[in-house]
Design a protein around this ligand. Structure first.
Ligand SMILES: CC(C)(COP(=O)(O)OP(=O)(O)OC[C@H]1O[C@@H](n2cnc3c(N)ncnc32)[C@H](O)[C@@H]1OP(=O)(O)O)[C@@H](O)C(=O)NCCC(=O)NCCS
Length: 151
């Protein structure tokens, strides 16, 4: 498995992974915006045949913060460490680009993802009622890009 920075040629694959594995629909325009505003903050995971199996799109925020905007691994490939590899690559990029804090929003009902993030140093920072278009609630979670726990 290879994790590398994603580029324009990966756009269709990332759209497919994102919209095949997240509850919300993200239009190509939104995904293109994420990919263009911080090219170094976009990552894709591929198997040895070049098939895309996971992606993480990050955003740069103000105040030395970055956000995990889109993040998914194809269901048959979960639990094999691919999400961890994508997150590690993103963390290193954040650290190198001076983003000390990483934040994300996750559905309060998404137990596996919450557990994944907590084991990797993310902590709850905010409740976000009705955050999603369908009325669903979110938690905001934060961590330091260095991997230390944010308090
Ligand atoms: C969250 C997500 C990206 C993690 O990717 P992943 O490739 O499964 O991540 P990893 O394999 O590195 O770690 C998954 C953890 O769950 C465990 N696990 C075992 N079997 C699993 C399975 N079938 N599915 C998911 N996780 C499994 C792994 O052992 C690992 O445990 P650990 O936290 O103790 O290390 C992935 O679950 C996913 O795409 N979920 C759906 C989309 C989503 O919720 N995205 C996040 C939105 S905020």
């Amino acid at each position: 498995m290879i994790v590398r920075q994603a580029g324009e040629k990966d756009f269709e694959k990332i759209c497919s992974i994102v919209n095949g594995n997240l509850d919300d629909y993200f239009s190509p325009d939104v995904i293109a915006f994420f990919m263009s505003q911080w090219p170094q903050g976009q990552f894709i995971a591929e198997d040895v045949f070049g098939n895309a199996v996971g992606a993480l799109c990050g955003s740069k925020l103000d105040g030395g913060r970055a956000s995990i905007s889109l993040f998914a691994v194809e269901a048959p490939f979960r639990g094999e460490g691919i999400g961890g590899m994508l997150l590690d690559a993103f963390r290193r990029r954040c650290f190198m680009d001076g983003c000390g804090t990483i934040q994300l929003e996750v559905r309060t009902t998404n137990g596996p993802a919450i557990s994944f993030y907590r084991k990797r140093g993310f902590e709850f920072s905010e409740n976000l009622p009705h955050f999603y278009g369908d009325g669903g609630d979110a938690y905001r979670m934060v961590a330091f890009s260095s991997g230390c726990r944010a308090s």
